[in-house]
Design a protein around this ligand. Structure first.
Ligand SMILES: Nc1ncnc2c1ncn2[C@@H]1O[C@H](COP(=O)(O)OP(=O)(O)OP(=O)(O)O)[C@@H](O)[C@H]1O
Ligand SMILES: [Mg+2]
Length: 409
């Protein structure tokens, strides 16, 4: 009778409870993450309390993010979900670097622009495009020269990268090649790679000839995708760069060119006080090469001040810790969406992020869309089982059998 909720206590014992014994009856040990702001987005359901997780990354000290997980754990899927939410709830621009050609259905459905860069496509971006308000505290040309050095490093550099003499020559030629355009900034005066190539050829040093020859395949040879004036609309609110068909050789260069385009957009948006979200899928491709890695680290260090919100998506945590430089990315990401992890990676992450064994269990053999969310100093286990009967699911899935079903319909 005393147990029933009748308010009738027939046991004549009363006693005080100490804090620890009270705690047994009051299991309020979960941490919540629910922000009310207009731009708070959905990231799943708290696995402990079943409350919604609503988060605005812009409120973090730095909004840089990482999505980590084994293949098929739902990395790209959660990126797409965030993109869809952010398209509907915020005014931010979205740029996607898509090496697997899987974002197109979503982007097209949101009336975005998919730019397909491949040796056979007729969509061209000119890596030499110079935006005169590229940066207001630095000269646009220096930044561009920096970018072209990275590009050449990828093309020419062997194991040790570019030699000092080679760097000097490239820098000299870059400054020369923009003379015409700077004097008369009309689009048709924009130089292309071929102009740079010709200038290199006309230099006296034998190093210049060496660089020119290395560049040749990208100018007159079979890899000349990037030797054209730009002809795509990069001003849409959602732009997806599909670089799947670039082939192994061109992929890294493609990613670098895309990053340069991203800087352009961030610069324009900064003046308009608008945020730019940048998603880099398969980021480990970029981290392997010293130059692209350096360029990515740069984004992680400086994007915030420009109103940029980068998100890196990768399977391999080890690639994120491959060098002191690259570790910066990891250390400068206040938002980490961690899905199922492979054994080795789990240990590394536990050490780096100070996760307890219990917390680790949420990323051990977890299902798709389940894991741990790091938001600043808050760590939460989340579950996000996206309803499969929705149109949104159908345009976001990458499961071969589900894609086949879609085609059959
Ligand atoms: N939150 C979720 N709810 C329901 N299904 C999901 C969820 N996340 C992922 N999936 C399913 O798992 C599939 C694989 O997810 P996704 O394409 O994101 O994998 P990935 O981690 O990006 O893998 P890869 O490293 O191979 O690119 C999706 O196509 C989808 O069907
Ligand atoms: Mg993926």
């Amino acid at each position: 009778m005393s147990c029933l909720p009748l308010g009738l206590n027939q046991i004549e014992i009363q006693r005080g409870l100490t804090t620890s014994s009270t705690a047994i009856f009051v299991p309020f040990t979960t941490q919540e993450l629910f922000q009310n702001g207009k731009e708070a987005l959905y990231y799943g359901i708290n696995a402990l309390s079943n409350n919604l997780i609503m988060v605005d990354r812009k409120l973090l000290k730095n909004p840089n993010g990482l999505i980590l997980g084994t293949p098929g754990s739902g990395k790209s899927f959660s990126a797409k979900r965030e993109i869809a939410n952010c398209f509907l709830l915020t005014n931010d621009d979205v740029i996607i670097c898509d090496p697997e050609a899987e974002y197109a259905p979503l982007v097209e459905r949101l009336h975005g622009q998919v730019i397909k860069i491949s040796p056979t496509s007729t969509n061209y971006i000119n890596p030499m495009d110079l935006n005169l308000d590229y940066s207001d505290d630095e000269s646009p040309l220096s930044l561009k020269s920096d970018f072209i050095l990275s590009l050449c490093e990828l093309i020419v550099g062997g194991k040790d990268g570019l030699q000092p003499v080679q760097k000097t020559i490239i820098d000299r030629c870059v400054r020369l090649v923009y003379q015409t355009y700077l004097n008369d900034p009309r689009p048709e005066n924009m130089p292309i790679l071929e102009d740079l190539y010709n200038l290199l050829r006309s230099q006296e040093e034998k190093e210049a000839q060496y660089i020119a020859t290395a560049l040749e395949i990208y100018v007159t040879g079979s890899l000349n995708v990037f030797n054209h004036q730009s002809n795509v609309d990069i001003n849409n609110r959602i732009v997806c760069y599909d670089i799947k068909e670039l082939g192994k050789q061109l992929k890294k260069i493609g990613m670098l060119v895309v990053q340069d385009q991203v800087w352009n957009r961030v610069t324009i948006n900064r003046a308009a006080h608008k945020s730019t979200r940048y998603y880099i899928d398969e980021m480990h491709l970029l981290l392997k090469e010293e130059q692209t890695a350096a360029y990515t680290v740069e984004i992680w260090k400086r994007f915030r001040k420009w109103g940029g919100i980068p998100t890196g998506i990768t399977q391999n945590v080890k690639d994120l810790l491959s060098s002191r430089e690259v570790e910066n990315i990891f250390e400068n990401s206040d938002f980490v969406y961690m899905l199922n992890q492979a054994g080795g990676d789990r240990q590394i992450l536990a050490k780096q992020l100070g996760i307890s064994t219990h917390q680790l269990s949420y990323v051990t053999h977890s299902g798709e869309g389940e894991g741990l969310l790091f938001y600043g100093s808050t760590i939460l286990p989340f579950v996000d089982h996206f309803p499969k009967s929705t149109e949104l699911y159908r345009i976001m899935t990458t499961k071969p059998q589900e894609l086949k079903k879609k085609e059959d319909e």
